[in-house]
Design a protein around this ligand. Structure first.
Ligand SMILES: [Zn+2]
Length: 460
């Protein structure tokens, strides 16, 4: 997973990751057996990719392509694909499939993951992976048996039902994926290639839907905001931005207030990415105004983020923290960040924005104290160490800066680079006796780890 995180197409976006994990965890929590015999933990993430796909990796990692998030018209449709993938994890299909391989034919895990990520570069690459010489072998290994697919459909259906989603979204979405590709290209979406929509499969799902009660479900605004983010971040080329802007303008003309708000929000994010900060602020204000209840009530506070309040707050901070804003904005931004952090203490993105606001307004001591507490609580976040290193650099503390950078590299899976940073830290003029002892101990640990990894590779 550390390798996947380093991939340039891993969609490293706090709002999208937080949404997918809240959404996915709710699905898992609704269905008691979802964690399976092994009590698997789940982690959901998005991959920047114009092909409609989603896949499960061993260990409860579930990936969804940005295009699939955009293609889903409501949360039930998104839930239908994610629940199916959760079903594969729950039933241990991946583990069983790997277990069934003869040792000499066993594909390294990394190759499986890379194969799954390889369709990223557009249709040509997808053809290469799915039809090329070696690609065929990879594809065969990624395919589950028909029984496994039926089982994943069955479990997926139960998960959707238990979580209160409209299960009829399942067939509708699968069929829409299929028909969309008939119009736009000759390529079947990868998800449908590994999950062929046989008439048998449709009949099975339809039979289950008939037994389920009809449900109308109101989607959270956050879903639409996340789709807007995915649309902007999926393709940041000039043409990609033009297409995204056109899609958002079209959304503004729709009847639904959520759609309109998402259109403004998307245009705000586009403007921010183009460094048009004033426009970004105006668009965000319009998005918020669109959703403001006419009764004069204010947004509900607390942990309910489906009203989009956390994402609005976070985008507002991104705009205010962007390079090019006047320094005079500092104290106002800091106050806003502090409020957002108090209102949404579980948002990792907002926690880091709070730290950034402290750094920007020169509160370096406070930023260090805050970040040291954060790295103690959240041990797997390289970005926290990056911010810590930045703060130490601003304080002129070179040794501590490079120690923090070393920890960031460790968490990103770049252990040799971490050892290099420790070397720089040792030579810095402000290294204390205590720092040196710490550096030595850490360097011994990491060198040992590098040796072990080399040994493992040789044994393979
Ligand atoms: Zn499947």
């Amino acid at each position: 997973m550390r390798d996947v995180r380093r991939d340039r197409d891993f969609l490293d976006d706090d709002a999208i990751l937080e949404y997918l994990n809240n959404f996915g965890s709710a699905l898992v929590a609704a269905y008691p057996g979802a964690r399976g015999e092994t009590g698997a933990d789940f982690y959901f993430f998005a991959v920047r990719d114009p092909m409609l796909n989603a896949f499960a990796l061993p260990g409860g990692f579930i990936a969804v392509h940005s295009a699939l998030v955009i293609a889903a018209q409501n949360e039930s449709e998104l839930a239908s694909v994610l629940s199916h993938e959760i079903g594969h994890v729950t039933q241990r299909h991946i583990a069983r499939m790997i277990g069934q391989q003869k040792q000499d034919a066993l594909m390294p895990l990394a190759a499986l993951i890379l194969a799954a990520l390889a369709s990223k570069a557009g249709p040509d690459a997808a053809v290469g992976v799915f039809m090329g010489g070696q690609g065929l072998a990879i594809q065969r290994q990624l395919n589950f048996s028909r029984d496994a697919e039926r089982e994943a459909d069955r479990v997926g259906f139960q998960i959707m039902d238990a979580a209160g989603f409209d299960t009829s979204g399942m067939v509708a979405f699968f069929q829409r994926m299929q028909s969309a590709t008939k119009v736009y290209s000759d390529l079947t979406p990868p998800w449908l290639m590994s999950h062929p929509l046989s008439s048998e499969r449709i009949t099975d799902i339809r039979a289950r839907i008939r037994e389920a009660p009809f449900r109308q479900r109101v989607d959270g605004l956050e879903f639409h905001l996340v789709r807007a983010r995915a649309r902007v971040l999926q393709d940041e080329s000039a043409q990609g931005r033009i297409d995204a802007a056109a899609a958002f303008e079209a959304q503004l003309k729709l009847q639904s207030r959520q759609q309109q708000a998402a259109g403004h929000y998307g245009l705000a994010l586009l403007a921010l990415r183009k460094a048009e900060l004033a426009t970004a602020g105006e668009r965000l204000a319009k998005a918020r105004a669109t959703m403001k209840p006419t009764t004069g009530a204010v947004f509900s506070t607390g942990q309910s983020t489906s009203d989009g309040a956390a994402m609005f707050a976070s985008l507002s901070l991104d705009i205010k923290l962007a390079p090019g804003q006047p320094a005079t904005l500092g104290s106002q931004t800091l106050k806003e960040a502090e409020q957002a952090y108090q209102q949404f203490p579980l948002s990792r993105g907002i926690a880091r924005q709070y730290a950034q606001a402290m750094i920007a307004s020169g509160m370096l001591e406070q930023a260090v104290a805050f970040l040291r507490e954060e790295v103690r609580l959240y041990r797997e976040e390289p970005k926290l160490y990056d911010l810590l290193a930045k703060t130490y650099a601003a304080q002129g503390k070179q040794t501590l800066q490079h120690i923090a950078l070393a920890e960031s590299y460790v968490l990103s899976g770049a252990v040799p680079a971490a050892v290099d940073q420790l070397g720089i830290a040792r030579k810095a003029s402000d290294a204390s006796f205590y720092d040196l002892a710490l550096i030595d101990a850490r360097e011994r640990e990491l060198s040992e780890r590098v040796r072990e990894e080399k040994k493992e590779k040789k044994e393979k």
